[in-house]
Design a protein around this ligand. Sequence first.
Ligand code: ATP
Ligand code: MG
Length: 442
Amino acid sequence: MAEIPEYVKKVLETLEAAGHEAWCVGGCVRDTLLGRVPEDWDVTTSAMPEETMAAFGQHAFPTGLQHGTVTVRADHNSVEVTTYRVDGTYHDHRRPDSVTFTRSLEEDLQRRDFTANAIAMSLRGELRDPFGGQEDLRNGVLRCVGYPDQRFQEDALRILRGLRFAAVLGFAIDPATGESIHRNKELLGEIAAERIQVELLKLLAGQNAAEVLRQYPDVVGVFWPEVLPMVGFDQKNVHHCYDVWEHTLHAVAAVPGDPVLRCAALLHDIGKPNCFTVDEKGVGHFYGHSAISRELADRMLRRLKCSTEFRETVVRLVDWHDRDIPRTDKAIRRALGKLGERDLRRLLALKRADNLAQAPEFHDRQRELDKGETIMEKLLAEDACFSLKQLAVNGKDLTEFGLSGPVVGQVLKKLLDAVVDGDLPNDRKELLSSVSRFVTDL
Ligand code: ATP
Ligand code: MG
């Protein structure tokens, strides 16, 4: 089992030396018991916040005193130290009306969301686990502490946290907890978009994201109702052995666990139900579905207040997902120029997944993708030019050549296009000798 890091041990020791109880708790204990590396370490203590402040002096920062949280700096790391706490009543399905500090560890563990997150570990590796968290960890089960309906009604974000932990840890959701999630899902409507976004993106990055989405499309539908028409939508097309939703889930499972790619896979066909037609032979078509998917994806990501960069990248991938696979030097240089290396790699991964999620007799498309990828690797290895940054001449060169004003930018663009298209080598002399030709063309 992984060890508690030295800096966390120091925090526990300091609290114990001052006569208090102190335990690691929550995600760090769960992850340690699972053999995973915790992201951060949280400590829970019998010390009142002012006692914690006193124990750490200048190393203590009152970052959330009303909830009993003090941030302690230890060996250039931060540890959140929170006083044992009981949450008061809840009225808005979001936050307790009040919190009360307590001297009982067990009471603190009882307010926590899932049994796997309600285990405490001491400096000496001793465990406190009043709700059977270790057994649930061993069995890979996610289960509420206490009555699920009550816990989800107190704080509806727990609904999505539950799906997130199931996806990330690869856990099965206990049936009573799962039924309660379906029953209480509408309460998510009261949760701030930003908080939903954080949990959803973590869920999507999880190893079991597709399986969790398969079981809980209704929950996603609370904030993204656009997803619901995909479920069970028959494509009536030989390329497809799955309905739109199953196809989508297979694509989600087949891309790496990068939130951008997972989100693009989830949304790439979101517009299909809106543009379905059946021809006289009874074959289904989805003409223009990329553009509709792009518009819907943009709206959905704005609704969750995703960052501009995240939204624009996902939307671009959705927009491009159905274009021909670039398989020539020229086409790949152009794609690199428009998307950049990172997003062209993502596009190829998305197209691979989209194809693998189609009927097996069409999987020979993978070979075309291999070819595109090989050319891309070759071009990148030889430092091929696809952006102005890489062009062998710059604005200053053109100014010295006697150009000024907007013409400079226009000529640079023409030169870059010529290099990307393979009509000119990326060579300073050659480029400068072509400048006058481009100026007369303008
Ligand atoms: P992560 O790996 O994302 O950090 P985590 O379990 O540590 O997962 P945090 O949000 O850091 O999650 O919360 C730390 C602990 O606080 C949780 O393990 C859980 O015990 C408790 N907790 C957090 N949010 C809630 C909540 N909404 N309701 C009840 N308990 C919560
Ligand atoms: Mg945590």
